[in-house]
Design a binder for this molecule. Structure first.
Ligand code: ZN
Length: 351
């Protein structure tokens, strides 16, 4: 699997690449530690890490053809410069490296350094069967959390309590806690797309949930908006109907060859019809994988073209300041002839 990924990376390389972004290194090697550098060229694959990870890296490299391991204790820049000697120019991952790192490296190397962007990320965007299985399992854990927590929430809990309940169910369903907290937003708090949970009792009314977990490092991401106790007011019902229609239009638009902008417009056009377009204050969706937000992007200006194997979210929302908000989000897998929705939870406002 890793040899295959490395071979596909080599096909895209115009010059040797120093991979520094850890999700990219995980994708290429399976490494899950916190410090590593990978130098890939046509001929060589050099994995550089410090003493804490030497043993783990040696085990991983056994399955990588021609993989060389360099374990250092100090002088990282000298170590990198020694490996890069002989190359005319080496690419760096411009979204990841810091100015101080580039400056320090420049002082040591005698090759040129040049910015690159999105090379490994473009490979990562198209998921293989193993990755799709992990994403499907993570989505399933999210669904389990929704059905269990929905049945248990009666308004006596706080936003924070609900968040922990979601995490607990996902953990029992085989997911690991994501590195971002669930968004649990009641009433007017739901007007804030990234509200931080409070400690007061929820009471009756609107409740927006946006959360996920990881399985084998692959993220899930879903949102539902529900009504606790009693009859929803007409404003909330209208917002919910508009967002649900927009979200279903977005899913219907997904397929190979469609651009991110086209999917975004499918959602946006529905909200425009309800005069809600100005209240949709974020983009329609994003790729999900080893990162919670990755390529491709589904947004007004996105020319990213969907391909079979992409996994993206479709998550339109409407937010009325001081009143509330509705967001509905699913993860979908782009297939040869359309898409398959990975998150299966019901989308209704009322139970
Ligand atoms: Zn999302």
């Amino acid at each position: 699997m890793y040899n295959n990924r490395i071979a596909r990376l080599r096909e895209r390389l115009e010059l040797p690449l120093l991979v520094t972004f850890l999700p990219n290194i995980r994708y290429l090697t399976g490494f899950t530690g916190s410090n590593a550098f990978v130098l890939v060229s046509d001929q060589r694959f050099v994995f550089i890490t410090d003493g804490r990870y030497g043993e783990a890296a040696a085990a991983l490299l056994e399955s990588i053809d021609g993989g060389e391991l360099v374990v250092y204790s100090t002088g990282l820049e000298d170590v990198l410069a020694a490996q890069m000697a002989g190359y005319g120019k080496v690419g760096l991952e411009s979204q990841d490296v810091k100015w101080g790192f580039v400056h320090g490296l420049k002082a040591k190397v005698n090759c040129g350094l040049t910015p690159t962007s999105g090379i490994v990320e473009a490979l990562r965007a198209v998921k293989d069967q193993t990755e799709i299985a992990a994403l499907t399992a993570a989505a399933g854990a999210g669904d389990a959390a929704f059905s269990e927590v929905r049945a248990l929430v009666d308004g006596s809990q706080s936003e924070g309590d609900v968040g922990w309940s979601l995490i607990d169910v996902m953990r029992r369903a085989g997911g690991r806690q994501a590195n971002w907290p669930p968004i649990v937003a009641a009433g007017a708090n739901a007007a804030l797309p990234h509200h931080r949970s409070g400690t007061g009792a929820l009471g009756a009314g609107l409740l927006l949930l946006d959360y996920g977990c990881t399985v084998d490092g692959y993220h899930s991401d879903m949102s539902r908006t529900i009504w606790l106790r009693g009859e929803p007011d007409s404003t909330t019902k209208r917002m919910h109907r508009a967002v649900l229609e927009a979200q279903e239009a977005g899913i219907a638009a997904v397929g190979p060859g469609v651009t991110g902008a086209e999917v975004d417009e499918a959602c946006r056009a529905v909200l425009r019809g309800y005069d809600y377009e100005d209240l949709f204050v974020h983009s329609t969706g994003h790729g999900v994988g080893l990162e919670i937000h990755e390529a491709p992007r589904l947004a007004v200006t996105s020319q990213d073209e969907l391909l079979p194997g992409h996994v993206v979210t479709i998550e339109p929302g409407v937010y009325v300041p001081g009143v509330g908000g509705v967001r509905i989000e699913d993860m979908v897998l782009v297939t040869e002839d359309g898409c398959r929705v990975l998150t299966q939870s019901e989308k209704g406002l009322e139970a």
